[in-house]
Design a protein. Structure first.
Length: 278
């Protein structure tokens, strides 16, 4: 009887080990390599060396393999792959821990991530590489701040500063960019274990020269930040719903796929710079 119980316990143990999620609740961090089972090792070597892995759903492309396994970002990427009349872009990057981060506790790292990602006002003045400007840096956001009322630009509030890590956060922001003018966004955060997931959604229609390019609630920007053994993984993604990747005007064509890819890169660079300056 005892032998039979021992066999049953062994089978149950193996079941738990094989079915355990990548993001285990009792583990503080995970290895980057374990998060990308479908990516070749040579590309992971490049990722750890500073290369950004990119993909798009345009022309039937896949993106979920470039999101960390078991993450919220991967769930969103799988959903995006099934969408029709929509398109998505993804970019995954990595930054090794700066020297001062190696002295932080796990909880201090989590708290620092939250305070970096909620500092929306620090996005004012960030730049992107502009093709039309001859591949030179150009300001993306001339204004960026949080508001208490998503319909009132004057209801400015300061960036929050947290002393403890919350489970979730909901904020509103106003940002004026050089292409789509001023817009309001909902900015939501989910914090679980080593993962901080940021979702940005436009709650006002985005227009270029008075022409609507993205409907209200048509754009979702995601940034999933994961504390890993080797450093910080950054997965950035954008999905534009019920919209073609280009909008044709009389004398100009707005390339939305290119515009939001540049925006993702700018946000990723903003985050990395903030980490390096902590």
């Amino acid at each position: 009887m005892r032998k039979a119980k021992a066999v049953i316990l062994s089978v149950l143990l193996l079941f738990v080990l094989f079915c355990a999620p990548v993001f285990a609740e009792d583990a503080e961090t995970v290895s980057v390599r374990t998060l990308f089972p479908q990516v070749a090792s040579e590309y992971l070597d490049m990722l750890l060396d500073g290369y950004t892995m990119n993909s798009t759903t345009l022309e039937g492309g896949a993106i979920s393999h470039l999101a960390p396994a078991g993450s919220v970002a991967q769930q969103k990427a799988k959903e995006a792959e099934k969408e029709e009349n929509s398109f998505s872009m993804i970019g995954t990057s990595f930054i090794a821990y700066p020297e001062n981060w190696t002295k932080m506790s796990y909880e201090e790292k989590r708290l620092t991530l939250v305070n970096i990602l909620t500092a929306i006002s620090t996005q004012e003045g960030i730049t992107y590489i502009s093709r039309t400007a001859g591949y030179k840096p150009k300001t993306l956001f001339s204004e960026s701040f949080l508001v208490s009322d998503p319909k009132d630009k004057k209801s400015v509030i300061e960036d929050p500063v947290y002393t403890e890590v919350p489970e979730s956060i909901s904020l509103y922001s106003y940002q004026k960019d050089n292409r789509f003018g001023g817009n309001f966004y909902s900015v939501d955060y989910t914090i679980e274990g080593e993962e901080v997931f940021l979702r940005i959604n436009n709650i006002s229609a985005m227009k270029f020269m008075g022409v609507k390019c993205v409907e209200e609630n048509g754009l979702y920007l995601y940034m999933d930040v994961v504390l890993c053994d080797e450093g910080i993984l950054i997965c950035s993604m954008a999905t534009v719903y019920d919209q073609k990747p280009t909008v044709s005007l009389v004398f100009y064509t707005v390339d939305l796929e290119s515009s939001f890819t540049r925006r993702l890169n700018a946000l990723k660079d903003w985050f990395i710079a903030a980490v390096e300056n902590t």
